[in-house]
Each structure stands twice: as structure tokens, then as C-alpha cells.
Design a protein around this ligand. Sequence first.
Ligand code: ZN
Length: 493
Amino acid sequence: MKAYDDLMRFQRQTEALGQVAGRLGWDQETMMPRGAAEQRGEETAAMEAVLHARRTDPRIGDWLARIDAADLDEVQRAQIRHIRRAFERTSKVPAKLAEEIARVTSVAQGIWAQARADEDVAAFLPTLSRVVDLRRQEAAALAGEDGDLYDALLDDYEPGATGASLEAMFSELRPALVSLRERLLGAEYQPGKLDAEFSEIGQLRLSADLARRFGYDFNTGRIDKAVHPFSSGSGRDVRITTRTSPRDPFNCFYSTIHEVGHACYEQSIDPEFGLTPLGRGVSMGVHESQSRIYENQLGRSRAFCGFLYRRMAEEFGDFGVRDAEAFYGAVNRVNSGYIRTEADEVHYNLHVLLRFDLERDLIAGRLETADLEEAWNTRFHKDFGVAVDKPSNGCLQDVHWSVGLFGYFPTYSLGNVYAGCLHEAMHEAVPGVEAELARGETTLATNWLAENVQRGGGLHEPRETIRRATVSEPGVAPLLRYLEAKFTDLYRL
Ligand code: ZN
């Protein structure tokens, strides 16, 4: 077992360095003085070079070749599965191509941000074409002779998923969501919005309270402010960020709960797996299932909204919402906005499905970047019933494609689908979740998730992780049942 031990020792250091690199990224978004940006660029690049050299170190190949799977137990086999997959992927991509991708995507984000500020799609297209072309080359290197290009990219974020399997899932989701949104927007009863100002200090105090109520461990975590909320780190150091907006405290509260879902997943993984490949969330889709079930099925439930209503009145006094039911409506109001990150539960997946179809066509070569804006706007009108008014509300709104993230978007919807499955299974397994939520507590729900999903980290494949927790085959039906029941009730249909 010497080869296994040597490999794991080497891997552990790589994992530790990866955490350090992640913390540099966290610092950049929260604490770093503005004048440090250039130097930080160099520091980050140096860390990336060290990590890249370690991840492609030929000794990994030697160790892997000397390990006999028959000598390993289940945990060790899972460790090797992760290490082998990562090593084979990095070895397949020529170093020159990897460097070129890193170089182009590092400037592409700035070009995208400028184009978005100027509402100028044409200014971004040459860069986007270059990024698409490079990622296609990378996909070809990964996929081999007759592999699918998009599947090769998807595999980075959601091992085991394929474009075709997701398409089958999403083709069931889309018409049901379009029909539901039409019925809700045509309903006689329409919930109102918040119309008041909320102090920043109050929002931050309440969001820290919410984080605690959802089980976030401040002994191994902390909350800071950032422009875009995110969570960062694994194991014994998992940090989150949030933001405030004077007239929209829900943005602060629900971003916090969302990131707490991601962070609690990382904090709840078996400590034995710390600084190993099993010590991280198993995939983007499973990660998003945790953040979304915390945020939506738990945080936006009628029961928890009743508690939050009282808690907000305590913090801010009378804020002009007459009762808990009106408050529940304000939290869950459905409207066909342009922006994915601001979307309600009914529209959110329609935003994602649009991106999934378009990026699959881009990678397959069925769609030219020159035709992207028109394809986006046509599809948006079809699903949302509104014409896109400007590119920053349309195809320039997300950062993902500029930095080469193709295959990432569908994991958001997959996460929602998994959250639907888990929510249904949890309700059958643990009675009393709603009664507890009404008191502002989440222990029954979050303990069930920690035990059945989070604790195992990367031990099982993503889909298998959900299958084991729910004891059934994952599909869209539970999510659709949940949305249909919740929203037809809220809209009194
Ligand atoms: Zn998330």
C-alpha cells in the first residue's frame, strides 16, 4: 500500500494548496485593498502554476499504475476514482492549449464587463468566438474520437451527466413551467411587494441570525460583504459572503440562506475526508440542491415566512406589510423579469434551460456566436412572453461564458430537480419539519440533509448520492408537484 500512501500524501498537500488559492480568491472579493489588484494577479498566477504542475505531476500516473484496486476498501477506491479522473483529464489537454485558455479567459471577463456596460454585443463577439473555439478544442481532446463535445465539458461540473440525459429531464420541465407561469400571471389575486427602507445593520444582524438558524457553524466560518454572494472553502474553514440593498432585504436574507446551504454541505462532510478529494461537495448539481433546498423549500416555505415576518417586525418595526400571508406572497411573488439571479422559483429554471440549449448549440457548432443575440431574444420571448429590451438584460447578463464556463449552467437546474426529490423524501422520512420551521428552527430538516446527503462528500457519484438519500430514481416530477402545489395555493387557483 506504499503507492497509495505516497499518492495520498502528495494529494493532501495539493488539496491544502488548493484551499490556500481559494482563500486568496475570497480575500480578493472581500478584504483586499484596491491598489493590490495587480500584485494579486501575479500571486494568483504563481499559485495556479504550482497547482497545475502538481496536478500533472507524472508521479501521479506511476502511483496510480502501482495501486491494485483489490487491496482497497470502499473509501480508498472512491479517493482513487476522483484522483484518476482528474489526472486523466488534465493529461489529455495539451499544455499549450491549457495555457491559451487561461490567458484568453483571464482577459475575456473584462471585455465582457465593458461590453455589458456599453450594451454592445458586437464588442464581445470576437472574444466569445475565441473562447468557444478554445473550449471546443479542449472538449475534442477530452472526448476522443467519437465522444460528445458538450458531454466532455459537462463532466467537469457534473460527472456522469450527459447533455442527452439532461435534455430528457428538461424537456419535461419546460412546458410545465411555461404553463404554470401563465396561469399564475393571469390569476386574479396578485401578491404585493415590499415598499420600505431597511437599515444595513439590521439586515446584516438578521442574516447572521438566519445563518445560525440554518446550522452554519461560525466557529469554522464567517460572513463578510461582497458584490456577488458566494461561499468558499472546505472542511474546517468555509466562508460565505452576502450583500445588502436598502429596499430589498430579501436579496440579503435569501442570498445568505443560499450560501449557507453550500457552506453547511462543506462543513458537514465527514472530517475523516478533510483535505482529500472526498472532502468536497461531489458536484455542482448536488451542491446546488443543498443551497436551493435551504433557500426555497425551507426558507421560502409558508411556515418559515411566518417566523421571518415576526422577526423582521422585531428588527425593523412596522414595514407596511399587513400580515404573515401578505408577507409570504411578497417573498414568493412571481414575475417575468429578465435577470436569472433575481428570478422567482417558477421562472428560474426557464432562464437556465434557455442557456443550456444555446450553449449546447454553440459547442456543437449548430449556432454561430453572431446569431446568439437573436436566438436568445427569440427564445426569451417564447418562454417569458416579454421582449428583451437591452443586451445587459439578455445575452450579456451572465459572466459564465466569458470565462469559458460551458456545461455549468444546467447544474443549476439539476440542483433544483434534486432539491425537489430530496424535499419530498425528507417529508416522508421526518414528520414535524413544518412545525419546527414555523418556530424559526431547521434542525430536523438540516440534520436529515447532513446525514443523508452531506456527510458522504464525494464518496458516491452525484446521481447515486441523491438516489441513496431518496431511495428512488431522480426525476423532475417531485419538483413539479412541489411548485404546482405551492404556487396554485398561494395564487388562490
Ligand atoms: Zn449556488
